[in-house]
Write a new protein. Structure first.
Length: 146
């Protein structure tokens, strides 16, 4: 898995409810996104560094558009709701634990994301579970924390 790998397979949603690709000008100021074109551009450059397939040139321009899976969850909710009111939950998914995990992952720095992914690939996910379960400071060992 590459760092900042899109949440969904880019070719998977051919018949999705929204356009899968957004230009920088469509992202500016949305929740979770920078308020300037330059800020959004910097963010997308960082997110696509190892995922060039998540970026494509807009024909006839110098500009690029970016796959929606790169966007933070809070931005996705707004984009989906604006384009298809009533379908946002269907598009984003209703798995609360998965949504929480994705929020945690997106809140990490790129370096932290890389370290977590590398650790899981080297040692397996069960090694992280063992760290959590066997940690005496973990007050959520016996039941989920809310």
């Amino acid at each position: 898995m590459k760092k900042n790998q899109p949440v969904v397979d880019i070719d998977q949603n051919k018949d999705s409810l929204i356009s899968e690709w957004l230009a920088i000008k469509e992202m500016i100021g949305l929740p979770g996104m920078p308020g300037s074109a330059q800020g959004c551009h910097k963010m997308m450059v960082r997110m696509t560094r190892d995922n060039p397939e998540a970026k494509r040139k807009i024909p006839g321009t110098k500009a690029y558009e970016y796959h929606f899976s790169l966007l933070p969850r809070e931005t996705l909710k707004v984009v989906f709701t604006q384009n298809h009111p009533g379908h946002a939950q269907e598009c984003i998914g209703s798995n609360k634990l998965l949504n929480q995990w994705m929020d945690i992952f997106h809140s990490m720095s790129t370096k932290e994301q890389e370290q977590v992914v590398a650790y899981v690939f080297r040692h397996g996910f069960s090694s992280i579970l063992n760290l959590v379960i066997n940690n005496p400071q973990n007050d959520c060992r016996d039941e989920p924390c809310d």
